[in-house]
Design a protein around this ligand. Structure first.
Ligand code: GLA
Length: 383
């Protein structure tokens, strides 16, 4: 890909790219809608991701082009801060804005991106393009930020520039991912450890529902607000910074403060899901994949009924998996409202799984899903 992108760069800008970088996407194995509630999550980087070729230019502007989109964007440094909203180019522009706000000099630059993460599929194409830009500029200009600084910077872009009140999991996962390892991240303290993701006789399948994520950002922000509401109500009796500080027992003692059934359901999901991640870490450490799979199914059920971020497409995938004896567990991954599910599947049954799931899915939904067998990749690289 490095060579192809460098060639395209030469065609696009009539010069040679100075450097090429890669940053992965991610899946989250378990711990969904937990990061902004201060709990434990378990994502890992995947081998799909974003490639970026860059070089300085003499025109004192930033030119951005992606092989995934038609248009080419040109912005002057004085215009960078005005470019807010969810357009693809605003993710890298938001990162440039952060460096400029921090007093760094970023001269005119030409960017060429290519991503093979299906966009809006819940595999963090946005965190990947943000971190690709942050990592590349930091390296290219020797700016001296550490990886965690860049992760926090990309989260600020997502929250303040793009307008999604997301947590830190995606940016952290694409920056800190390591091959064949899952990250166990405490989103309150940002302490983390790597756990061997030894799937033995199993593989990780990613199933893209191919459902466009309509209104996903506004519904996501609504969930964040509902959790904040639950937190405020609980704080009438106890002092909490995050819902995930609650054990199930403590939550049971104070949940009477939450009278609204929907808000109560959201908080119940958060407390139980956080607990499931703690159990999932233990099961992985003991190599008990069967129990891990059971926790995945339980997580999906909770996201479906209590947190209400699934949908008929994601449910169809998981409903099929429940009938397949070669699947140990499955669940939606990422924000939800469409996007991808993941499944732990017995090695050797990939084709059988694809065929049966495809038939089931088309019958129920009317169009096919896309199925990939995923490898666990590593974080950003200069190629
Ligand atoms: C999106 C957000 C993350 C996280 C997940 C849900 O991917 O960007 O911060 O909240 O949804 O777990």
């Amino acid at each position: 890909m490095k060579i192809e992108l460098a060639q395209k760069f030469a065609e696009e800008y009539n010069k040679i790219a100075d450097a090429v970088y890669f940053t992965p996407g991610r899946v989250n194995l378990i711990g969904e809608h937990i990061d902004y509630n201060g709990g434990l999550v378990m994502p890992c980087a995947i081998t799909m991701g974003t490639w970026l070729a860059i070089s300085t230019n003499e025109i004192d502007s930033y030119r951005l082009k992606s092989l995934n989109f038609e248009e080419k964007i040109t912005v002057k440094s004085a215009e960078v801060q005005d470019k807010k909203g969810g357009h693809w180019a605003n993710y890298p522009i938001g990162i440039i804005n952060e460096f400029l706000k921090d007093g760094k000099k970023i001269p005119g630059l030409d960017f060429l991106f290519f991503g093979n993460i299906p966009i809006g599929s819940g595999l963090s194409s946005s965190a990947s393009i943000e971190m690709a830009t942050a990592f590349a500029l930091n390296d290219y200009f020797n700016l001296g930020y550490d990886k965690l600084d860049l992760v926090k910077m990309a989260k600020r872009v997502e929250n303040d520039f793009i307008g999604l009140n997301s947590g830190i999991m995606d940016q952290f996962a694409v920056a800190f991912g390591e091959k064949d390892q899952a990250i166990v991240l405490d989103c309150e303290t940002l302490k983390y450890k790597m756990v061997d993701l030894d799937l033995g006789n199993h593989v990780l399948a990613i199933i893209n529902t191919n459902k466009p994520r309509e209104l996903a950002d506004s519904k996501y922000n609504e969930r964040v607000a509902e959790c904040q509401k639950a937190l405020n109500l609980l704080n009438e009796e106890i002092t909490l910074h995050y819902l995930c500080e609650l054990t199930a027992e403590k939550f049971a003692l104070h949940s009477h403060l939450i009278k609204d059934e929907i808000v109560l359901n959201r908080a119940t999901h958060v407390v139980k899901e956080n607990n499931r991640v703690h159990q999932a870490v233990k099961t992985l450490n003991h190599g008990d994949l069967k129990e891990f799979g059971r926790l995945m199914y339980a997580s999906h059920q909770s996201l479906r009924t209590l947190y209400e971020v699934s949908g008929k497409e994601l449910d169809a995938v998981v409903d099929y998996c429940l009938t397949d004896e070669h699947v140990l567990g499955a669940r939606m991954t990422g924000a939800g409202f469409g996007g991808c599910a993941i499944a732990i599947l017995e090695r050797g049954f990939e084709e059988d799984f694809s065929k049966k799931l495809t038939d089931f899915y088309i019958e129920r939904i009317g169009y096919p899903a896309a199925i990939y067998i995923s490898e666990i990749g590593s974080g950003p690289l200069k190629l």
